[in-house]
Design a protein around this ligand. Structure first.
Ligand code: ADP
Ligand code: MG
Length: 245
């Protein structure tokens, strides 16, 4: 199997000049599809300039790297993974499209699940592309989970507990995860283990194909984030942004 380069990208603001240049980078220069940039401009609060974590994370994610992104709450981590993820799915959709989801976004709570699903749906609606996202939560009875998956979503936003439940109830097949999953995101990773999701995550990672790109987003660095990193990622790029931006 192919090894990824062991590179740690520390981003501490030491190189002032380089920093200033990056300040100028637009979404276009990061390699984002014009459809996505137009969609951002259409939002209620028009989003025109990438945040620091978006500037460093988006190009690496588009390249297919595993990434750990640590940046404080409110720094724009959701779009930092949603934008490149949607762009990658533009490429997968069409003839290569699989019958099982291409991407899983796992978050620590049903409430967050709803938030991320909403952000994703509004983005694809304004892009007018044929991608579909569903949210799966433990509150949904099995038949509802089955119906949601029968609609052939490209993206599933869920919690580790719900995915583990779907796997054990046979609502979701481990073989389809192994065949189709291209991208796995763990959002709010610093909370996933403290919320007791370790075994649920293991139920999923047992079937992760080697090619699957894994992204881990967190507000803090902790022993738990390190543990997750070892469990799921292969030689990731580590992006750490300072507490004060
Ligand atoms: P985090 O996950 O890092 O806590 P969020 O992704 O929830 O942060 O983003 C926080 C807020 O910033 C959201 O309201 C989001 O719409 C907004 N936001 C994200 N990216 C940008 C940007 N490039 N320009 C302006 N606002 C942004
Ligand atoms: Mg977040």
């Amino acid at each position: 199997t192919e090894e990824k380069p062991a590179q740690e990208t520390e981003h501490k603001g030491e190189e002032a000049e380089e920093e200033e240049e990056e300040e100028e980078l637009t979404f276009e220069q990061l390699g984002l599809d014009p459809r996505l940039i137009r969609a951002l401009n259409k939002k209620d609060i028009s989003i025109t300039k990438p945040t620091p974590i978006q500037r460093v994370a988006i190009p690496l994610i588009l390249e297919g790297k595993d990434v750990v992104a640590r940046a404080k709450t409110g720094s724009g981590k959701t779009l930092a993974y949603l934008l490149p993820l949607v762009q990658k799915l533009f490429a997968i959709s069409g003839s290569n499209r699989k019958l099982a989801p291409s991407a899983f976004i796992l978050v620590p709570s049903g409430e967050l699940c709803q938030q991320v699903h909403k952000e994703f749906s509004s983005l694809i609606d304004s892009c007018k592309v044929q991608l579909k996202a569903v949210q799966l939560t433990t509150k949904m009875p099995d038949p509802d989970l089955r119906t949601a998956l029968a609609g052939l979503p490209d993206i599933v936003v869920s919690t580790p507990a719900c995915v583990a439940k779907c796997l054990s109830a046979g609502v979701l097949q481990s073989s389809s995860i192994n065949d189709s999953l291209e991208i796995l995101v763990l959002d709010e990773a610093d909370l996933l283990l403290s919320f007791g999701y370790e075994n649920d995550l293991k139920a999923l990672t047992a079937f992760l194909p080697r090619r699957c790109q894994c992204l881990l987003m967190s507000a803090t660095s902790s022993a738990d984030v390190d543990k997750l990193k070892k469990l799921i990622l292969h030689n990731p790029y580590i992006l750490t942004l300072p507490e004060v931006e």
